[in-house]
Design a protein around this ligand. Structure first.
Ligand SMILES: Cc1cc2nc3c(=O)[nH]c(=O)nc-3n(C[C@H](O)[C@H](O)[C@H](O)COP(=O)(O)OP(=O)(O)OC[C@H]3O[C@@H](n4cnc5c(N)ncnc54)[C@H](O)[C@@H]3O)c2cc1C
Length: 376
């Protein structure tokens, strides 16, 4: 009988790991553990406020994928591990395994005073639907959008989507003839936010803000939020709607395990996605902290590359073969503005930036369709 593998999560990393395992080992018994048997395509959240996408467009039921790939599904949240990782504890019981891949995404740090007043758009569909409603209701005023990092781990953050929400809202409000009555402000504690994208990209994004008459409040440590207000050490400003993406950290349930953690609270991983010191235990995607350059992104694309390596390594480890698969570090994103997009592509060898074009917006939509087809 094939080996018994558990995968925690049903997002980008988890699904790619499952597909790779099935391709490499037809006899493996694969169990996926996640709250719902559905995949949420988070990158297209940026199109909810304008109505270009509806919630149901982003949610893919996984029944067909699970059936076709002979994968068992346990609808539960992991809340701990036992037997050195050979058992995943959940609210509905323990799930045993011979090997484990953890792919349960990230969590946002919510320590800033007044954080409940902000909309955290990367937490999924519900907050972005709230943003859409609030924007629709706002007759005049200010929408402030910003992001921050994890002070203990500079790579544990994601800023790209905030630029997309910002430019997307600008385009939307202009289309609706409301932009003159609604001010947009971008805030960030860094003087040069988004520098992981590369210096030229930051210049381009800041230039784009100027061109679109988006005000900026940069380089001041965040103090907190109050009703109608963003407060920083460099002063405060009025905001009717606050959209904020805090730095990332590890999931709360990691605290109930003895798994090694990075300075920022994520699960420590080596270059092969292995959790150091643990047998047959791997981590991929936003849950993990991986060795590599300081610009390594927290992106779906990285989760996919890591998941492919983790699947190959887990099977090699069982067979007593050397664990050699690594993943390429690649930042690739199209910063979309509803009708135009800018491509930023960074690897160890190059850092390219393509001029904003309509074609790139359509490329982002084409990629979405292509990606989702494999699970629909
Ligand atoms: C608005 C937005 C735009 C983005 N744009 C891009 C982009 O253009 N390009 C790009 O590459 N990336 C983009 N990203 C980033 C990308 O979505 C993430 O990096 C990616 O989702 C990470 O994949 P993951 O598998 O680690 O986690 P996720 O995709 O977040 O999946 C985590 C899974 O784990 C499950 N889970 C959580 N807790 C538990 C638990 N305790 N037990 C079991 N299951 C659990 C969740 O339900 C989910 O199924 C964007 C993100 C956002 C929010």
């Amino acid at each position: 009988m094939g080996k018994n593998i558990s995968i925690i999560g049903a997002g980008f990393g988890a699904l790619t790991a499952a597909r790779s395992l099935r391709k490499l080992d037809a006899s493996a018994r694969i169990t996926m553990i996640a709250p719902q048997p559905e995949f949420i395509y988070l990158p297209s959240l940026i199109w909810l406020p304008s109505g270009k996408r509806k919630a149901q467009d982003l949610v893919v039921p996984l029944d067909k994928f699970l059936r076709e790939n002979d994968i068992q599904f346990v609808a539960a949240e992991a809340n701990g591990l036992a037997d050195g990782g050979r058992s995943v504890l959940t609210g509905t019981g323990a799930v045993g395994n011979d090997g484990l891949i953890i792919a349960c995404g990230g969590r946002f740090i919510k320590k800033l005073p007044g954080i409940d007043l902000a909309i955290l758009p990367c937490e999924g569909i519900a907050p972005v639907e709230r943003l859409r409603t609030r924007v629709a209701e706002l007759e005049s005023g200010t929408i402030a959008l910003g992001f921050a990092g994890n002070p203990n781990e500079p790579t544990a953050m994601r800023g790209g989507p905030i630029f997309e929400f910002l430019f997307g809202l600008d385009t939307q409000l202009r289309r609706e003839g409301r932009r003159e009555k609604i001010k947009l402000v971008f805030f960030n504690p860094m003087p040069k936010p988004g520098n992981r994208l590369g210096e030229k990209a930051v210049e381009r994004l800041m230039g784009e803000m100027k061109r679109r008459e988006i005000a900026t409040h940069l380089g001041h440590k965040m103090v907190g939020f109050e009703p109608g207000k963003v407060k920083t050490e460099g002063g405060e400003f009025a905001a009717d709607i606050i959209v904020f993406m805090p730095g990332m950290t590890g999931n709360a349930w990691f605290d109930a395990t003895t798994l090694p953690r990075s300075p920022g609270g994520l699960l420590q991983a080596d270059a092969h996605c292995r959790v150091p010191g643990r047998e047959c235990t791997y981590v991929v995607g936003d849950s993990g902290s991986f060795p590599g350059p300081d610009w390594m992104p927290k992106q779906a694309h990285m989760a996919d590359l890591q998941a492919t390596a983790a699947a190959a390594n887990l099977l090699a480890e069982w067979q007593g073969l050397p664990v050699t698969a690594t993943f390429k570090v690649e930042l690739i994103c199209i910063v979309d503005a509803i009708d135009h997009g800018t491509l930023i592509w960074r690897t160890a060898r190059h850092n390219w930036l393509l001029p904003s074009s309509r074609w790139l917006h359509w490329a982002k939509r084409g990629f979405e369709r292509h990606y989702l087809r494999q699970y629909r």
